[in-house]
Design a protein around this ligand. Sequence first.
Ligand code: A3P
Length: 345
Amino acid sequence: MLFKQQALLRQKLFVLGSLAIGSLLYLVARVGSLDRLQPLCPIDGRFGPRGQDEIPLRALQFKRGLLHEFRKGNATKEQIRLHNLVQQLPKAIIIGVRKGGTRALLEMLNLHPAVVKASQEIHFFDNDENYAKGIEWYRKKMPFSYPHQITIEKSPAYFITEEVPERIYKMNSSIKLLIIVREPTTRAISDYTQVLEGKERKNKTYYKFEKLAIDPNTCEVNTKYKAVRTSIYTKHLERWLKYFPIEQFHIVDGDRLITEPLPELQLVEKFLNLPPRISQYNLYFNATRGFYCLRFNIVFNKCLAGSKGRIHPEVDTSVVTKLRKFFHPFNQKFYQITGRTFSWP
Ligand code: A3P
């Protein structure tokens, strides 16, 4: 009898002990993750008047939980009103460049508690049909956020589309513009790889990169090929500079974002006048993917989709050399205009 009572007592103690340790571990984990994300310092500049710009802790809980529900359309009007949520026009736009790492940049910036991303590419300014729907249509495409948060969208086609600078200027002449670039030849091959994959998916045949990039009649670089034209960054930027001063642009090094994302993100935080909140904790290298992935807290992390980081086809070295030589003077001009130099060949 005594033995049975002792066994029962031991069992109870074991259960209580496990519960206590479990709760303690949960608390440590939760406090740890919230603490890392909690934005205590104010956001300077135009993103919020001083004094009102501290982001309450509950903003973070919403950002990772309820905001997601709101985005999916699962929130009631009452919930939105109660939490003061609004759909704001973007204060910053990633305008390009296609295949520069635009998705990675947007997702990584979204780690910042004061940033809310528009998940889809909206294509408002580059698509005449969308543009004709008006600015309210565009605003309604934006995610819910707190007034002191900033919304960022990315549509890489903006960078190369003629009408876009003027249209964005008309919406907000002081908007901040982010351009992420990669070594131009690598970017062109990445661009080709994406199109090739689309063709293969539809069981269509496609030309080799060499055939598209080099004009067979002149043996010169084919500037009619879109993947080549897009990589002449300076040509496109010059069009934008007719509307916006260079100070309103920030150039992100897309090659460095792949190998060493944190310093690049810190430069963007600075440009956007955001307090530094993205840390090494938020980024971890995933050897299987071969890329950095995102860690929001101890339970939630994610890598980019498999369509990011494709294996490029092998390209004839003489073509690569020819392209690099072709891009060289344009690159020099780009460095000169932007004040950012890259070690592109
Ligand atoms: P590749 O597929 O050529 O490797 P975009 O989002 O503008 O289409 O750019 C896609 C590119 O983002 C990919 O090009 C990839 O190299 C790059 N990238 C940068 N950081 C990445 C990351 N953390 N995960 C996956 N891809 C990343």
